[in-house]
Write a protein of this length. Structure first.
Length: 165
């Protein structure tokens, strides 16, 4: 699969940083699962999966330039780095443009403009809730504010032990 080349490139890019590598691998796994459960078309699924792998590519440069991994810096720095990587791996301009758009907005939760964007945000939240040790009582509010797909909501409820209905 072509996106395995992206995974390998990202592991090399984040060599020596297992925390970042584990993060994008988990986000990719959830994005892949939700996308398949929501029955995305093949192109949208591939854009989603590739973007899930590279969504945080801007962290490294953000930490170097701003001494911060804050989401706003990731959104500024990530697209150019991702564009270079995805060009080298042979993706089309149209494909790269959508991936870069998603990277540039993945910490912006208003005006989500597509199912790929929605699922990327949900997958990232599923991982971040755990990695950031979010207080259990705050999770339903995150679910109600952010999650829109039936599959993402179902996963969040199952993972964190919430019953609906």
């Amino acid at each position: 699969m072509k996106h395995n080349k992206v995974v390998k490139a990202m592991i090399e890019y984040y060599s020596g940083d297992p925390k970042r590598i584990q993060h994008f691998l988990k986000v990719h796994a959830y994005a892949k699962m939700i996308g398949e459960m929501e029955q995305l078309d093949k192109v949208t699924q591939e854009i989603l999966e590739v973007t899930a792998v590279v969504h945080d590519i801007g962290i490294k440069l953000s930490e170097e330039k701003y001494n911060s991994s804050a989401g706003n810096y990731q959104q500024i720095e990530g697209p150019a780095v991702a564009e270079r990587m995805l060009n080298e791996l042979g993706y089309s301009k149209e494909f790269i443009d959508r991936c870069c758009y998603l990277i540039a907005h993945h910490h912006t939760y208003k005006e989500i403009d597509g199912i790929d964007y929605q699922i990327l945000v949900e997958a990232d939240f599923l991982v971040n809730i755990y990695e950031e040790d979010v207080v259990h009582e705050k999770i339903p509010g995150i679910r109600d504010k952010i999650f829109r797909t039936e599959s993402g909501i179902s996963l969040l409820n199952a993972i964190y032990g919430f019953q609906i209905g």
